[in-house]
Write a protein that binds this ligand. Structure first.
Ligand SMILES: Nc1ncnc2c1ncn2[C@@H]1O[C@H](COP(=O)(O)OP(=O)(O)OP(=O)(O)O)[C@@H](O)[C@H]1O
Ligand SMILES: O=P(O)(O)OC[C@H]1O[C@H](OP(=O)(O)OP(=O)(O)O)[C@H](O)[C@@H]1O
Ligand SMILES: [Mg+2]
Length: 282
């Protein structure tokens, strides 16, 4: 049975459960459940604090886990990313009152409040900056107003929380993060159960980013049309009953679907349809 750690709370938990559900796995019905077994898929899910997941996975007691790259780095645990998942995307940055700091050099002798002191202390050390770090559990943006620190280092997504606190980012981004599947460093890369789990999640990622496109076009236009819709390997081309016409089918990135439909129409393609992909194995 594959043992998988999943986030029980916070920004990662909803999207992670949704992705696992789309991949065909049973998920808990109640937010208080700490562990469920999905016997059909031979998987056991452990609902843990996102911050603790890398530690459990690095201990080897759980095979894999879903967590944020920033939480993995912050923990210092001996685990590595095996599949980035594309949700909970954020940047980790320094921020302060406008006009009080411009770059990392300005942190010398200051106090930085953060929930991620592993990342911050590592970054300060790499840059040879001597500053103190104070750990706070959350709502870090308030630390400056209340005099606990002159600078904060925190997760930034839209920047709304910083704006609301009257703060501005400064310096280079410390790191970019997103949710990812992790495993213990050096664990068996070929484990068929892990490989099957990853293929299922990859199927969800592809189904989310691609649509299937079908259209008819004249044989003379086929090469131009196929250049617009090269597909993942090569598009399917089938003859139509009307001589001189073919039907083409190819996967295209959903973000580009409308532009591709316009371009196909302009070169004479007709009956252009897109349909959602619900699941796939590439
Ligand atoms: N607003 C956000 N947008 C995108 N990702 C975020 C956001 N806030 C946190 N994250 C990401 O979520 C993960 C942190 O999850 P965690 O559950 O510890 O914190 P949280 O979502 O802030 O929840 P809470 O603070 O309520 O415990 C990190 O990988 C972080 O980058
Ligand atoms: O740039 P934004 O879109 O505003 O998102 C970033 C904010 O979201 C998270 O806070 P959360 O709501 O989890 O509260 P917390 O600070 O208590 O963790 C994070 O810690 C930032 O404060
Ligand atoms: Mg938070």
């Amino acid at each position: 049975m594959l043992r998988i750690a999943v986030p029980n709370k916070g920004s990662l938990s909803g999207p992670a459960a949704e992705m696992l559900h789309e991949a065909g796995y049973q998920q808990r019905r109640e937010s208080k459940e700490l562990r469920i077994v999905d016997p059909e898929n031979e998987v056991e899910f452990f609902y843990l604090r996102p911050r603790d997941i890398a530690i459990y996975v690095s201990s080897g007691r759980l095979d894999i886990g879903i967590t944020g790259l920033d939480l993995l780095i912050d923990s210092g645990a001996d685990a590595e990313v095996i599949l980035p998942l594309g949700f909970a995307r954020s940047t980790f940055r320094f921020a302060a009152k406008p006009g009080t700091a411009n770059g990392i050099e300005d942190l010398k002798g200051k106090t930085v409040a953060t929930s991620y002191e592993g990342i911050v202390e590592g970054h300060l050390a790499d840059n040879g900056i001597d500053a103190s770090v104070v750990h706070l559990d959350g709502a870090v943006e308030t630390a400056i107003e209340l005099g606990v620190a002159e600078v904060i280092a925190d997760v930034v997504e839209t920047g709304t929380s910083l704006r609301n606190a009257g703060l501005e980012v400064f310096g280079e981004p410390i790191m970019k993060s997103e949710a990812a599947v992790i495993r213990r460093t050096g664990a068996d890369a070929e484990d068929p159960k892990v490989q099957q789990f990853l293929r299922r999640l990859q199927g969800v990622l592809v189904a989310r980013t691609y649509v299937m496109m079908d259209y008819d076009c004249r044989v003379e236009q086929l090469e131009k049309a196929v250049a617009l819709t090269p597909g993942l390997e090569s598009p399917t081309v089938s003859p139509l009953h009307n001589e001189g016409w073919v039907a083409v089918r190819a996967m295209v990135p959903s973000k580009e679907a409308q532009r591709i439909m316009d371009d196909l129409y302009d070169i004479g393609a007709r009956a252009i349809l897109t349909t959602a992909i619900h699941a796939c194995r590439l």
